[in-house]
Design a protein around this ligand. Structure first.
Ligand SMILES: *[C@@H]1O[C@H](CO)[C@@H](O)[C@H](O)[C@H]1NC(C)=O
Ligand SMILES: *[C@@H]1O[C@H](CO)[C@@H](O)[C@H](O)[C@H]1NC(C)=O
Ligand SMILES: *[C@@H]1O[C@H](CO)[C@@H](O)[C@H](O)[C@H]1NC(C)=O
Length: 439
């Protein structure tokens, strides 16, 4: 009996996408994208790798939407109403949905039953792909977990590693770039002490709404998140994942951030030019809105709830190893925020309890890939754990670059990673057919 007093199983509609253009009933395979915190169509359109290998693997492609995202809303528009309605939003439930969907496909599409299924995902979806193989090894023969920070929990990795990687991306992309950003926070703080300064910030940064003393921290958080997002999507060609951007966007941004020693007013003008690359590359922005940093395809409400319950990732900065204002990880403060917003408190050790933390070597057939430019690589598996839990790092890769469609501007490092990933997937498929494990 659940909190609503129902004593029977309630159902909801889960959206999934299928492409079977290259699927062969004879010797084929099923590539199953374990959907993450957003609209599945958008993930589908940004996971060209699966389309690129479909023919070679004679694969059917399946993209499963995660519950509470996109159109897969268990309680329709009431899904985010309160913690009672959100109570069914967990990674475990999402994995169970994937298992149910695979059963459904096996039972309804002739030929699926006798084929190997491979889980594929990126970011949180990569974590789900890895966890799916761990918890449902009878459902999938292996998993490709791209940019999956399965260790960004508790103290499995230092809390500062994420922002340190963001900083090194800016450092390598232009002279004095990270130093300029490090200095900019104080300039904002100084200007924020007077109403003339606040007005200057509003005007020069082209903010949609006038800055008040209460919004200053929010403004700085928004700017910091912009630098973080740029680090995630620092791709070698023009792309449009979180926002439309030029090739190597951090290099472009850093052209405006070359000098930490300029006057306060010039510093703010330069920061604006840099932000404008991220928010106005299309030339369509009327003003800069400090309430948004990414595409609305990402489900920020659902994610905020998940971060407040299971997916508790400690982050911190010290202003020395990174270019941000110092901020210690404070679980109490975080928990109070969660309680204020959702009426729930986080369980910071649950993910490790549930999925094993670093104690996962008894599992098999998972490929972990990480880009060295990607801040999430700090919480990822970047070295082989066993013969069948293997890791690839992509030296010029940002956030799951390997899952994107191949591009003429791809660096060799990502081409190589894709080749090795495909080789592992083919081996799992071969082993499946050799073992006679078909149903
Ligand atoms: C900025 O000023 C500091 C202190 O005067 C100096 O050490 C540094 O070289 C200057 N940086 C640039 C890029 O001019
Ligand atoms: C965005 O770019 C367009 C074209 O360059 C420009 O007219 C507009 O003012 C810019 N928006 C902002 C917020 O600066
Ligand atoms: C800023 O973004 C928020 C959240 O997406 C939206 O509700 C609001 O209307 C936007 N404000 C302006 C002035 O565009």
């Amino acid at each position: 009996i659940d909190h609503f007093g129902f004593n029977s199983v309630k159902t909801f509609n889960q959206r999934y996408l299928i492409a079977n253009e290259y699927w062969k009933k004879d010797g084929g395979s099923i590539l199953f994208y374990t959907g993450n915190e957003g609209d599945i169509v958008w993930f589908c359109n940004n996971t060209g790798f699966m389309w690129d290998v479909a023919q070679e693997l004679k694969a059917m492609l399946v993209f499963a939407e995660h519950r509470y995202y996109g159109e897969s809303l268990p309680f329709g528009k009431n899904s985010f109403k309160d913690s009672r309605h959100l109570n069914y939003l967990t990674s475990e439930q999402a994995l169970a949905d994937f298992a149910e969907l695979i059963r459904h496909l096996q039972e309804t599409i002739p030929g699926v039953k006798n084929q190997p299924v491979i889980a594929i995902g990126g970011s949180y979806g990569g974590m789900l792909a890895a966890w799916f193989r761990m918890k449902y090894p009878h459902m999938v023969v292996g998993a490709l977990a791209a940019s999956a920070p399965i260790w960004q929990f508790e103290d499995l990795v230092p809390c500062g590693v994420f922002m340190k990687i963001v900083t090194s991306d800016f450092k390598r992309s232009g002279p004095y770039c990270s130093e300029t950003i490090r200095k900019s926070w104080n300039v904002i703080n100084q200007l924020s002490t007077t109403s003339r300064g606040l007005q200057y910030l509003t005007e020069v940064l082209h903010l949609c709404t006038p800055l008040t003393p209460r919004d200053v921290q929010h403004l700085k958080d928004w700017i910091a998140e912009t630098w973080v997002n740029l680090a995630m999507v620092d791709y070698p060609y023009p792309s449009s994942f979180l926002q439309p951007l030029p090739a190597w966007p951090i290099k472009v941004v850093c052209q405006y951030l070359k000098n930490p020693n300029v006057s306060d007013s010039l510093m703010i003008q330069n920061i604006f030019q840099a932000l404008n690359i991220y928010y106005n590359y299309s030339g369509e922005a009327q003003c800069l809105n400090v309430s948004t940093t990414t595409t609305s395809n990402l489900g920020s409400l659902g994610w905020s709830y998940q971060a407040c319950t299971e997916i508790v990732m400690p982050f911190c900065t010290n202003g020395i190893d990174d270019m941000f204002e110092p901020h210690a990880w404070n679980l109490k403060e975080f928990s109070d925020e969660c309680f204020k917003q959702w009426g729930v408190r986080p369980s910071p050790s649950w993910i490790t309890t549930m999925y094993g933390g670093k104690n996962i070597n008894s599992h098999t057939n998972i490929v972990f890939s990480n880009g060295e430019l990607d801040p999430w690589s700090g919480g990822g598996v970047t070295e082989d754990l066993t013969d069948t839990l293997v890791a690839f790092t992509i030296s010029e890769g940002a956030h799951h670059l390997d899952l994107r469609a191949s591009n003429a501007l791809d660096p060799i490092s990502v081409q190589l990673a894709r080749t090795l990933e495909t080789k592992h997937v083919k081996n799992w498929i071969r082993d499946f057919y050799r073992s006679g494990l078909q149903h």
